[in-house]
Design a protein around this ligand. Sequence first.
Ligand code: ZN
Length: 112
Amino acid sequence: MGKVFMYYLSGASIFSCKKCKVHLALNDHLISTEFTGKYGQAFLFGECVNVIVGESEDRNLLTGMHVVADIYCVQCDEQLGWKYEFAKDESQKYKVGKFILERERIQKENWI
Ligand SMILES: [Zn+2]
């Protein structure tokens, strides 16, 4: 593995890794809080940084069959959620390329 490059976000409200505090996403990129992850409530984000995307796999989720890849914190390796790579159902295709972050694994920082 090469040198890990860390992104630092700036914004009024930032979500970060609960374990190591590395920045993950801006509140501006939050699409929905109505998702269910492995550990309960999960958030859907349009963009996410400082994560490593794992192997793609077929997964049968509440909303049908999807191809997803688990995502891990680039700094502490904690599993944070997953990325949608493909959705079979037409109504679910808006999620493709977007990220799920488990609420339990992230925290929100408020700079104001
Ligand atoms: Zn971390």
